[in-house]
Design a protein around this ligand. Sequence first.
Ligand SMILES: NC(=O)c1ccc[n+]([C@@H]2O[C@H](COP(=O)([O-])OP(=O)(O)OC[C@H]3O[C@@H](n4cnc5c(N)ncnc54)[C@H](O)[C@@H]3O)[C@@H](O)[C@H]2O)c1
Length: 254
Amino acid sequence: MVDDLNPGTLGLAGRKVLVTGAAQGIGRACAVWLARLGARVVLADIQDCTGSAAEAGNGATARRLDLCDRAAGEALIADLTAGDDPLYALVNCAGLLIRQPFETITAEQIELHTAVNQTGVFFLARATMEAMRRQGGGGRIVLYTSQGAFTGGSFGSTHYAMNKAALTALMKSMARLGGPDGITVNAISPGAVDTPMFRGGMSEADIAQFCKTIPVGRPAEPQELAAPTAFLLSEWARYITGTTLHVNGGQLMV
Ligand SMILES: NC(=O)c1ccc[n+]([C@@H]2O[C@H](COP(=O)([O-])OP(=O)(O)OC[C@H]3O[C@@H](n4cnc5c(N)ncnc54)[C@H](O)[C@@H]3O)[C@@H](O)[C@H]2O)c1
């Protein structure tokens, strides 16, 4: 057996990683921690993420990207893969949740959420995989889904949960297609993470009620999602593909 895993490193030093949704929340924590592990992080968001890039350091750069703008996403990937400096990984954290009771969700709300959470992610991830192939193969793609994909969602998130279930299928499809080229594709499915998205549209009473069902008794801090993200990008995870890593404090045991 060739013993080629280095116990001292995750193997991320110097690697170029694109993190979307990096202006705040989980994406910001992922960008900061991946940079601390030595990755050269490109942060992208519809909001300004220069503050996150400055916090990340290690050569991190900030880009504006609306996931709904397919051409802009594809141009960003083309830019990041031009020349001899390959893109090693995509971490898609960007996502949208505007809570709305099931009975009153409109077609426009479904279209907006689908454009960001599903169609936008599809085209960015596809462009990434195609670029990784052109680079000669190898790479990592991590898509942020949600516990809602497995439970149907709660607190006015049915439309969002539908999108995240679709992303689970996208992840599996891409894992099958990317495997022969050494590209792993996985999902992280968070439960409750203390970010603006989690708190948006939830009262303190809602949050307390939701957290009662978490065995560890609290929501995650964003950096507690950065650690499993780094693991999935690492050399240590090279045989893991097509799977969902559930990071939820035991709230949902799949
Ligand atoms: N926080 C949670 O409890 C939780 C639970 C399950 C899943 N998730 C998922 O984790 C990921 C990160 O969530 P978060 O809690 O950090 O959310 P957040 O709302 O705090 O951050 C999401 C980021 O995505 C960006 N974004 C939104 N629309 C965009 C667009 N069209 N183009 C580019 N960027 C866009 C936002 O500007 C924001 O910076 C999301 O995909 C979310 O669905 C979060």
